[in-house]
Every structure is written in structure tokens, then in C-alpha cells.
Design a protein around this ligand. Structure first.
Ligand code: DP6
Length: 354
């Protein structure tokens, strides 16, 4: 009789917010980027996806439930992750015939975010990272986080960086098959435990132009874009890694804000133009620039992804100054506080900035 056992494994993956942005693919099928990128992983106490992967001959087909809603698994991204993980498991089974043949069984994935989905935060990164990690655990794969990042990348580019905590680079690589386009740890969170991130939820609405289609339009139409991808970002990657190694917040903040602004500049240079920031986003920029001007040095750094919500990085010692000024300058905007350290803030600290 066939084995009807249900095999399961559960895991969590964190959200990451890029300080040097990924924007542009050189290969849309394999999700290979036009430039390297670098992110800070937020604490899993605050923002994370929890995923359980199960497989059994009792299941009729592969399925995925996200926050209680069934999702389509026939898309190329999910299929690529399932296919690659199954083939790694099949190799283990071929080497050791005593192992159960999990690679041939239908998969059932159940995923939940611990932060309000309405917050419109980067959930695809944590989602695909958790999906890949959960299936890898289910299959008891020996592959390292960097090797798994190559698979998560095919789900969503930014997901490859959520296989690690702390400070993570995604090296663009050169190989046509994507074998060297993967995530590396620049430094663990414990290297710079004073780092904090405040998330200002300017709008909970779904973004108008998805990252995937927005970046393709930029690559196809922006005249500024080749300069960013080929000249500016390679220099900034080197400088940002050094700033993190040196725990040099002023340089970290300068590069973070410049890179966010340049990313939104190439969006504006796209035809038709893409606007992700709104008036409240620009007000947040002005408040942070003013905080830094009054402090006489950079004590806060804003960054915006493909939407209007701000993430503001600062050091613990400046928390009262930065959060107090943001509250004063942005009355009525919801704020979440997260931390990049495991031992930092407990739980999600949410409230209106008022
Ligand atoms: C602005 O990783 O969501 O957040 O690879 O098409 O899934 P796909 O795109 P995605 O793009 C993220 C873009 C960004 C910058 C970043 O996270 O580096």
C-alpha cells in the first residue's frame, strides 16, 4: 500500500528593505538583475512570514494558501521554485534509496504574514524566502542559504536576500544560467546591533505599477538607467559594504538616501513615468533632511521601495530625536517600528504619528 503519511516542516523568513536598490532584469525568466543590490533584514520579531510545507500522497495537486486565501501555483515563479527543490530532493533519493520518495508527492504550502497585509510592505521577499526554506527543510536538503537564495531569486528577485539576517548583498553575477546570481551575508545583525528601522505606512493601497512590470519599462525606456546600473551602483556597492563594515552611519545614510532618490528618478525617467512616492512621502523626506540639518550630521536615512511607504533607518541612541521629529512633522501617518536586531524591539509597535 502507498505511504499516506503527511510530511511537514515549518519555518519563518524576514522582510528585507534594500538600501542599494534592485531595479532592472537582464533575464526576465531567470530573474537575473542588471545590477547588484544590498539590503537590511528586519527583525523577525516584528515582520515575518511563517510558512508550513507539507507533502503527501493524500494531496491531489500542489497548492498554496496565503493568509487564508488559495493562490494560483501554476505561475512560472512558483513552478521554478518547486521544480528546483524537487530536483535537489530527487538527487538525494537517488543517492540513498532508503529515503522516502518525497520529490514525487504533491506539495501543500500554507503561509501567513505576522504584519497587516494592508500595510503594503515588501511581502513577496519574505514570502518566497519562507516558501523555499520550508520546502528545503521538508526535503532535508543540505544546501546553504546562499545556494537556496539562487532558487528564491527565481520566485522574486528581492526574496534571495531574505535567506539571511543582517546586512545582505545580492551579487548580480555574470553566468547566463544564473548560477552566480545569489545572496551573500555582508555582516550579521549582531555586527551593528544599534541599527533601527521605523516604517511609516503612508498608504495601505496596493501599488499601481508592480515592481516586475515597472522595472521592465524602466530598462526599456529610461536614458538615465544604463548610467545607474553600469556606473553608479557598482561604486555604491563597494562604498556601502565598507560603511557597514566600519559601522559608519553617516556614509550608510548618505548612500541609502541617494540610492532611493536615484531609483525614483529612473522611475520618473521611464516612459510613461512611474510615480511611487506621494505628497506624504515627500513630506517624510523633508522631515528627515531637516532632522539631519538640525543635528549637523546624518542621524536618519529614508528609503522608499515601489510604493509611498517610508522606511527610516537610525541608530538606537538617536531614537527619541528621530521618532519625535517624525511624529511632529507627520501628524496622522501610521508608523511601525521594527529592529534589525534579534534582541531589539519586542513585537510590532504600531501607532499613529501624532
Ligand atoms: C524596489 O523583488 O519585487 O523593492 O523580482 O520582479 O519579483 P521581482 O521584483 P521584486 O522587486 C523589488 C524592487 C525594490 C528594490 C529592492 O528590493 O531591491
Amino acid at each position: 500500500m502507498a505511504d499516506a503519511k503527511i510530511y511537514t516542516a515549518s519555518t519563518t523568513a524576514p522582510v528585507n528593505i534594500a538600501v542599494i536598490k534592485y531595479w532592472g532584469k537582464r533575464d526576465t525568466k531567470l530573474n537575473l538583475p542588471t545590477n547588484s543590490s544590498l539590503s537590511v533584514t528586519l527583525s523577525q520579531d516584528d515582520l515575518r512570514t511563517h510558512t508550513t510545507a507539507a507533502c503527501s500522497s493524500q494531496f491531489s495537486a500542489d497548492s498554496l494558501i496565503l493568509n487564508g486565501e488559495p493562490q494560483d501555483v501554476s505561475g512560472a515563479r512558483q513552478q521554478a521554485c518547486f521544480r528546483e527543490l524537487r530536483s535537489l530532493r530527487a538527487a538525494l533519493e537517488a543517492a540513498d534509496p532508503s529515503l522516502p520518495k518525497l520529490s514525487t508527492l504533491p506539495l501543500k504550502i500554507v503561509s501567513e504574514n505576522n504584519f497587516p497585509t494592508a500595510a503594503g510592505l515588501a511581502s513577496s521577499a519574505a514570502g518566497f524566502a519562507a516558501l523555499v526554506r520550508a520546502i528545503a527543510d521538508l526535503y532535508q536538503l543540505p544546501q546553504s542559504p546562499t545556494e537556496l537564495s539562487r532558487i528564491a531569486r527565481q520566485g522574486s528577485g528581492s526574496a534571495c536576500r531574505s535567506l539571511f539576517g543582517g546586512y545582505v548583498s545580492w551579487e548580480q553575477g555574470e553566468a547566463a544560467n544564473g548560477s552566480d546570481s545569489l545572496a551573500l551575508e555582508v555582516a550579521p545583525a549582531s555586527h551593528w546591533p544599534q541599527m533601527r528601522a521605523a516604517i511609516l505606512v503612508v498608504s495601505a493601497a496596493k501599488k499601481g505599477v508592480s515592481s516586475t512590470s515597472g522595472m521592465q519599462a524602466t530598462v526599456a525606456t529610461s536614458a538615465l538607467f544604463p548610467h545607474r546600473a553600469n556606473v553608479v551602483v557598482p561604486e555604491r556597492m563597494v562604498q556601502m559594504k565598507q560603511a557597514i563594515r566600519d559601522r559608519d552611519f553617516e556614509t550608510f545614510a548618505d548612500l541609502t538616501m541617494r540610492d532611493s532618490n536615484q531609483f525614483h528618478a529612473v522611475c520618473l525617467d521611464t516612459s510613461p513615468p512611474i510615480f511611487y512616492m506621494n505628497d506624504v512621502s515627500r513630506a517624510a523626506i523633508r522631515v528627515v533632511e531637516e532632522i539631519n540639518r538640525l543635528a549637523g550630521k546624518r542621524v536618519a536615512a529614508y528609503t522608499f521601495d515601489a510604493g509611498p511607504n517610508a522606511v527610516v533607518y537610525y541608530l538606537d541612541e538617536n531614537e527619541d530625536l528621530v521618532l519625535g521629529s517624525l511624529k511632529g512633522g507627520l501628524k496622522g501617518v501610521p508608523g511601525w517600528r521594527a529592529s534589525v536586531t534579534a534582541e531589539g524591539v519586542q513585537g510590532l509597535d504600531q501607532g499613529l504619528l501624532e
